[in-house]
Design a protein. Structure first.
Length: 433
């Protein structure tokens, strides 16, 4: 039987030996991790990496499909020089897009796709101004107003949910002379998803990285979002959780084409989601992707009967607000774009493919008619708490884009609020008639 001194001595030396051994393992894995960033997905196990001096020249490179590319040194070139035709095609496709935004989340199930759908729906209800000649009573006007054109690209290849949330699961993609034609949920909202390419909604996508990257490249190069004389104000890109092949591919292609304006990161209040969001922030910083802001989804539960709100996921570490304030970025702290409550009515609307904004307005109109109130209004806003939260989020996003100075064309700003009310009322009356 060991005495206390012998026991603690054995524990000490065992721990010391384990730390030395574990330290070697840790260093090895860190080395492997950083080397893997330069290793193609279809490379052999002993690949030295594309940035290595022995790339394409070792015995492990024999039979690799990338051997010629690596040995010639082209693999070390930037993406724009390695695939100039692809980058030029992406640039042509997205030349008329004013804002291109990717939506990220470190953890699955935080409502990233729901946010993408509601954000796209909300943006299509906003006005934009554009330069045009139009005769008026005072002469020729050079300013014209219209609804924003929005596109939503679903890059969650293994779990596409955008078709279901828009109620268009039976739609299919059509090949035209100009490329793939997206599915239009409305006159100013275009959708593209792998769900439109599958033979059935229950068909599983069991693909490795190279095949995913090929489809992403094809979606960026072949989808015809707008005509030559039209402008798309926003292109939202819904991505899967994490920082995997899909994220790296789309970011590199968009950056090489000069089309990426920034990213929105979605989280929930609990620490288990925030810990993965910190990895997502690190991903954006390493790839020089501007972070437009953080969205805290499911921040509280709103009872549909009494309207009482209470927390669902306890923010044990302070939630998204604390995350933004404690950001380690040298420039400034992260922007909290909004805190969205959890509402069963929103979930039901998305399951049925109904626009939640229109559903909320219809419910309010019915309630107003029940009590004999007038429903005439010149605004496109609703007083529903969850919809108000989304409207405020869109306002902050708009301000954030204006502050970043990344706009590629004239879009409606808060400085036009007074003029916007009259034009909006006129526009609504024309549409209703």
């Amino acid at each position: 039987m060991l005495c206390c001194q012998q026991f603690f001595c054995s524990v000490y030396y065992t721990t010391l030996h384990f730390r030395r051994y574990f330290g070697r393992i840790t260093n090895t894995w860190f080395t492997v991790f950083f080397q893997m960033a330069d290793i193609p997905l279809d490379a052999p196990a002993e690949c030295p990496g594309t940035q290595s001096d022995s790339a394409g020249k070792t015995s492990a490179c024999a039979g690799c499909p990338n051997q010629t590319l690596c040995s010639s040194g082209q693999a070390k070139l930037p993406l724009g020089e390695r695939e100039p035709e692809v980058i030029a095609q992406i640039r042509r496709r997205l030349n008329q897009v004013r804002y291109c935004i990717i939506i990220l989340s470190g953890k699955g199930g935080v409502g990233k796709s729901s946010l993408s759908v509601c954000l796209a729906r909300g943006l299509t209800r906003r006005m934009r101004k554009q330069s045009a000649l139009r005769p008026t009573n005072r002469g020729m006007s050079t300013i014209e107003y219209d609804m924003c054109n929005v596109g939503l690209l679903d890059l969650d290849l293994c779990g596409p949910s955008i078709p279901c949330m828009f109620g268009c699961m039976d739609e299919k993609i059509h090949q035209s002379q100009s490329g793939w034609s997206p599915v239009f949920a409305s006159n100013n909202l275009a959708l593209m998803s792998i769900g439109f390419l599958l033979p059935s909604p229950d068909h599983a996508v069991i693909w490795r990285g190279p095949r995913k990257n090929t489809l992403i490249r094809q979606l960026l190069t072949d989808v015809c979002w707008t005509d030559d004389n039209e402008t798309m104000d926003f292109l939202l890109i819904d991505t899967p959780p994490g920082t995997s092949d899909e994220h790296l591919s789309v970011v590199q292609y968009l950056q090489a084409a000069g089309c990426l304006n920034g990213a929105i990161i979605v989280t929930t209040p609990q620490e288990v989601a925030l810990s993965d969001v910190r990895k997502e922030i690190s991903f954006c910083e390493k790839l020089s992707v501007p972070i437009l802001g953080i969205v805290e989804n499911m921040s509280e539960f709103v009872c549909p009967a009494c309207g009482h709100a209470g927390p669902v996921f306890p923010p044990t570490t302070g939630g998204a607000i604390s995350l933004c304030r404690s950001s380690s970025r040298a420039s400034s702290e992260l922007t909290l774009l909004g805190r969205l409550p959890l509402d069963p009515r929103l979930t039901r609307a998305l399951d049925e493919g109904v626009c939640p904004f229109e559903l909320a307005e219809e419910n309010e109109a019915n309630q107003a008619l029940d009590v004999g109130l007038s429903t005439t209004s010149n605004t496109l806003r609703t007083s529903d708490p969850i919809m108000v939260a989304y409207e405020d989020l869109i306002d902050r996003l708009w301000e954030r884009l204006d502050d970043a100075g990344q706009r590629n064309g004239p879009v409606m700003t808060d400085a036009d609020t007074a003029e916007q009310g009259d034009v909006r009322a006129e526009f609504i009356s024309q549409v209703s008639t």
